[in-house]
Design a protein. Structure first.
Length: 464
């Protein structure tokens, strides 16, 4: 049986409760019996889902939204210091708890798997959650995206396993003490919080060092940053290290990935035996995510053949190469990719899936700081498309940086030979795409911002 709700979390108030990470924790607390409340900037399907669980959700941020009997206020790193509810918490002496501490408290007493890496965390965590559920292990999980099947990003299960996406962006993953840690890759990102690769490595080393004695690190044998991290932690005497990937030296070796349209067939060599299973999303990088999930489950003692079959039941996560629909012979797929490595991987996967058809991309850059550091590489990635539309930068939590605009990406894309159209008014994108798309084409909406909202509008416009 899962542990009871910690006393500090019996009546929590979440500022920004509609966020992917925040809403997941709020849902689990509500399912465990806590009296949960919170606020968010606007109405959403997530707000409705929370209310269905008995959560009080206020729209907008105001001092009166914080109940005087709140046991704590939960915040993420995106909440600004001048938020009125945060100021009210200080007046009432209500403890403020970071999202990562709240999640860590929910994992206490359970066998936890923490999934980290610059890319692929949501997909890999989701694969594990689906597979463990399929095997009847009834796990709890907290994920940064909604599973297509259950349609939720978290769940309180009766089993003793908790699977969590571990966010490195603000170093919050250092709060967890997992039995199994997965590191998919290590790259420089989140430039507002990390000034160099050395800082990134130090942060990941701290995360790996929190694995419980006798626990396991599952880590890529192919990605250079992960290989470097492995060399830094190999000597930890209490840590079991299991590598996976296409490298000959990998403990769990990816022998072959065979594309099957929008799915893949994966063959691995594990314990001297070959094992073949299906992954429901295209692309080698998703196949490697599935192998990481497989290795982590085996580290918990789950038979590999059972787990491989169960991973095949995974049907995807919203925004991770999610098919939004088809109209007039044009398919629209949505991608959360916003870092050049992710963009390249998803574009290559789609290029392999569409064969001779054209690949059209609608890309929305995410964050000024990321564009400043990686805009050239983003533009180069877009050269993998047949044509692309680039929107203005989605600011999220950041203020503008003078001189940093989408033009940086557009210029780099054109220098790489890409056909790029700049669009400043997002509402005009469906008309632009309708003028470009032909039957058989695939349109990929790409980015971590609100570009995802364009899929239905593009389909409606194309059908007309």
């Amino acid at each position: 049986m899962a542990p009871a709700v910690p006393s500090a979390m019996e009546r929590p108030h979440f500022i920004g409760i509609g966020g992917a990470g925040m809403s997941g924790i709020a849902k689990i607390l509500a399912q465990r019996g806590a009296k949960v409340a919170g606020s968010d900037a606007k109405e959403s399907a997530t707000a409705d889902a929370l209310r269905a669980l008995g959560v009080t959700v206020h729209i907008g941020h105001a001092t009166e939204h914080l109940a005087t009997d709140a046991s704590c206020v939960v915040v993420s790193s995106a909440i600004r210091a001048d938020n009125p509810e945060l100021a009210r918490a200080a007046e009432l002496s209500v403890p403020v708890v970071h999202r990562s501490d709240a999640l860590a408290s929910l994992m206490t007493g359970l066998r936890s798997i923490a999934v980290a890496g610059t890319h692929g965390k949501t997909t890999t965590t989701s694969m594990l959650a689906v597979a463990l559920t399929e095997l009847g292990l009834d796990p709890s999980y907290a994920i940064g995206g909604d599973l297509e099947g259950p349609g939720t990003n978290s769940r309180h299960g009766a089993g003793d396993i908790f699977v969590a996406e571990a966010d490195e962006s603000d170093r919050s993953f250092q709060k967890y003490d997992p039995e199994v840690a997965i590191v998919l890759n290590v790259e420089l990102d989140h430039h507002a919080n990390y000034a160099s690769m050395d800082e990134i490595y130090d942060s990941f080393e701290t995360f790996v060092g929190k694995v419980v004695p006798g626990g396991t690190l599952v880590i890529s044998a192919d990605q250079p940053g992960a290989v470097e991290l492995t060399s830094r932690v190999r000597d930890l005497s209490t840590l079991n290290v299991v590598t996976y990937g296409a490298a000959e030296s990998a403990d769990v070796r990816v022998h072959k990935v065979t594309p099957r349209g929008l799915t893949s067939e994966v063959t691995v060599l594990l314990g001297g035996r070959f094992l073949t299973f299906t992954v429901s999303v295209p692309g080698s990088h998703y196949a490697h995510n599935a192998v990481a999930a497989l290795a982590a489950g085996v580290a918990l003692g789950i038979p590999a053949h059972n787990l491989a079959s169960a991973i095949g039941k995974y049907t995807g996560v919203k925004r991770r190469l999610q098919l939004k629909g088809e109209a007039a012979g044009v398919q629209v797929i949505d991608s959360y990719a916003h870092h050049p490595t992710e963009m390249t991987a998803d574009l290559e996967a789609m290029r392999g899936a569409v064969a001779d058809a054209r690949l059209l991309v609608v890309f929305q850059p995410h964050l000024f700081s990321r564009t400043q550091e990686l805009g050239t590489e983003m533009g180069q990635a877009l050269a993998l498309s047949d044509a692309s539309v680039v929107l203005d930068i989605y600011p999220a939590r950041e203020d503008p940086i003078p001189g940093i605009t989408s033009t940086l990406i557009i210029d780099a894309a054109r220098a790489a030979g890409a056909d790029v159209t700049a669009v400043h008014d997002k509402a005009t994108v469906p008309d632009v795409i309708a003028g470009m798309a032909k039957p058989g084409d695939l349109v990929l909406t790409m980015g971590a911002g609100d570009v995802t909202d364009l899929g239905p509008a593009i389909l409606a416009r194309v059908s007309n």
